[in-house]
Write a protein that binds this ligand. Structure first.
Ligand code: CUA
Length: 177
């Protein structure tokens, strides 16, 4: 089969670009801990306030019997609730997010804490923050007129000075409805 040399050249360039993208994704996932969101877990967004896991009194930072730190937060127009949390640095922390209304995103600048929060699904991210400091939580998916003002605060405290909340009994996650 005859292929025009110019066409061949462009075929090589497009293959090289595709290879570059695949390489970038591989390097990010292997060395920078960047993963595709893959926690396919459904929840009834309209009944979050009645759910076992995302009822108002269950939100925030919790530590279980094994010392595992879990943060549950709800995203809604226009904020992340609770508005402020305190977590320790250099400690693995699992975040679980649910939206009460539309699609939101959550991003903590200068960290790898970033995910979409899709209504009807629970987003889960496990990460650790090496540096103590005050971090904003920003919404990075356009969700309406107040999108620009949708943010909350996270205080990452030095491991030694962080005051752990009382231990919470492990409960089945998920929503019965
Ligand atoms: Cu929530 Cu933009």
């Amino acid at each position: 089969m005859h292929i025009d040399p110019l066409e061949k050249k462009w075929a090589h360039i497009s293959l090289a670009i595709a290879g570059l993208f695949v390489g970038t994704i591989l390097i990010d996932s292997l060395f920078h801990g960047i993963n595709a969101p893959s926690n396919v877990e459904t929840i009834n967004s309209a009944r979050l306030h009645l759910s076992k896991e995302f009822a108002e009194d269950k939100l925030g930072v919790q530590v279980d019997e094994n010392g595992k730190i879990m943060v549950r937060m709800v995203a809604g127009r226009y904020g992340f609730f609770p508005k402020h949390i305190e977590i320790p640095a250099e400690t693995p922390i699992t975040f679980r997010w649910a939206s009460i209304d539309v699609l939101h995103g959550v991003h903590m600048p200068m960290t790898n804490m970033s995910t979409m929060i899709v209504p009807g699904y629970v987003s889960e991210v496990t990460t650790a923050f090496p540096k103590p400091g005050e971090y904003p939580l920003l919404c990075n998916e356009y969700c309406g007129m107040g999108h620009d003002h949708m943010w909350s605060n996270v205080s990452v405290e030095a491991k030694e000075t962080w005051l752990a909340p009382a231990i919470t009994k492990t409960e089945e996650t998920g929503d019965e409805s």
